[in-house]
Design a protein around this ligand. Structure first.
Ligand code: ATP
Ligand code: MG
Length: 438
């Protein structure tokens, strides 16, 4: 993509309304535009990141055999009357009437709809286990939308729903989500911390939130130091037993968010308890027959008995993650995208656009990267050098390549690693080899 034709409305000034760094940087980098309180348009640069995050979520879910479908944003109120949640949900739900005076709503979540789909088509344990997910916009009329996409009213969520014949199977599914979430967030360059969460009236211990650490996080976390030292990466599991053993090892270590933590009942000695702030990016939850019971989602088990299907739900804040990743990865100059979610991998800066030799060298370099399938943003504008560097740093692409008059004579370019700031003068071929291998 050539910057001269790319819609990238960057801002020089720091927007006054943005209180946290990710919101400021998303506005300054031209990623989003607020269209109403807590509602955003995703501009091309922002959308590229959002799509990359979606792709990682999708790939990791598919890897575990979870199946994607797509449910609508608009739902019928009748389903919510069946589960008993229509009146209880309160003002966070956006309620709509159609021309026939029928009650509709913009979905804040999809337990009812998925239970309806399930009960229509699945009758036997033989069709289980089944896990369905979608990545779809939600609306919650949050009392205090803030921090940009972090707490929006309209936001993109991945929500998954599992169906199992009994508690043991449901727990195995839950554990699979636990490790799926760890690998999903790790692929985005994040360090997720699973903490126990409220299970509500069902009780049990099958509810965890996944947080990323950031000083601006809305939750306070209380974590046994041992969890922070534990290596949560790179484990391969042969089967559900291995997954279960690993999840037990992790969840036996104390970690709770503020609403679950009781200082007087905490088993961790004060010296070993670390207090940090966290951003909730995911939540997994087993809730048994909470919806299958009132909505009559029943299956026959291997003994021929009818029983209510055991369910769980599993959310990831896809749009929140864009802000969350920036909170975790930025510096004074701007965003520092982890390669896996970066909107482009490489930014090529033509230091002297209009100079025939620079135009030829930079244009050729850009063409070769494109031909090699490397997503590249080519700054072919006639801005000042300082402004070009500032924009590249602001939008945070992993690699910057500067093509200038001096290097062109010598047949070299400068390659900068955005994260470390290290620069190298390389021959054009060496630079291409490095960037196409990365
Ligand atoms: P919170 O406590 O932050 O309001 P929640 O418990 O209401 O979250 P869930 O219903 O579990 O959230 O939704 C799943 C995920 O969706 C959350 O873990 C979070 O990452 C994301 N999410 C929830 N509300 C919002 C919002 N208003 N804006 C952006 N993302 C959100
Ligand atoms: Mg909420």
């Amino acid at each position: 993509m050539r910057l001269s034709s790319f819609f990238l409305p960057t801002l020089k000034e720091t927007p006054a309304e943005a209180q946290i760094v990710s919101h400021r940087l998303m506005l300054r980098a031209g990623m989003i535009k607020q269209t109403a309180a807590g509602i955003y348009a995703w501009l091309p640069l922002g959308l590229r990141v959002l799509r990359r995050i979606e792709t990682i979520v999708r790939e990791e879910h598919n890897r575990f055999g979870f199946q994607e479908l797509l449910m609508p944003t608009i739902q019928s109120a009748d389903l919510w009357r069946e589960s008993g949640r229509y009146d209880g949900y309160g003002k966070e739900m956006l309620r709509i009437k159609d021309r026939h005076e029928r009650d509709l709503l913009y979905g804040p979540t999809n337990e009812e709809m998925i239970t309806d789909i399930f009960r229509t088509h699945v009758k036997s344990y033989r069709q289980l286990p089944l896990t369905l997910y979608h990545i779809q916009w939600k609306f919650r009329d949050e009392i205090r939308p803030r921090f940009g996409v972090m707490r929006g009213r309209e936001f993109l969520m991945k929500d998954a729903y599992s169906f199992d014949v009994d508690y043991l199977d449901a727990r195995a599914t839950y554990n699979r989500f636990f490790v799926c979430y760890l690998s999903t967030f790790r692929r985005m360059g994040l360090t997720p911390i699973p903490v126990r969460a409220e299970t509500g009236p069902i009780g049990g211990d099958l509810s965890h939130e996944f947080h990323i650490l950031a000083d601006t996080g809305e939750s306070e976390l209380f974590v046994d130091r041992r969890l922070l030292d534990l290596d949560l990466t790179g484990r391969a599991f042969a089967d559900d037993d291995e997954i279960g053993a690993f999840v037990k090892e992790v969840t036996d270590i104390y970690a709770a968010a503020d609403e679950m933590h009781r200082a007087d009942q905490c088993p961790v000695p004060p010296d070993d308890l670390v207090t940090r702030r966290g951003i909730e990016v995911g939540h997994i939850f087993h809730f048994g027959a909470k919806y299958s019971q009132p909505m009559g989602a029943r299956i026959t088990d291997p003994e021929g008995h009818e029983r209510e299907v055991q369910m769980g739900s599993y959310g990831i804040g896809v749009s929140r993650l864009v802000g969350g990743i920036i909170e975790a990865s930025h510096d004074d100059a701007g965003i520092v995208w982890p390669g896996s979610v970066a909107p482009f991998q490489v930014g090529v800066i033509n230091l002297k656009a209009g100079d025939a030799a620079c135009d030829a060298a930079a244009g050729d370099f850009y063409a070769k990267l494109r031909a090699a399938g490397v997503e590249t943003l080519y700054d072919d504008t006639d801005e000042r050098a300082g402004a070009k560097f500032a924009t590249m740093d602001l939008i945070g692409l992993p690699w910057q390549v500067t093509v200038g008059p001096r290097g062109v004579k010598a047949g070299t370019v400068e390659v900068k690693d955005r994260a470390s700031g290290e620069r190298e003068e390389l021959s054009i071929d060496a630079a291409l080899a490095k960037l196409t291998a990365a």
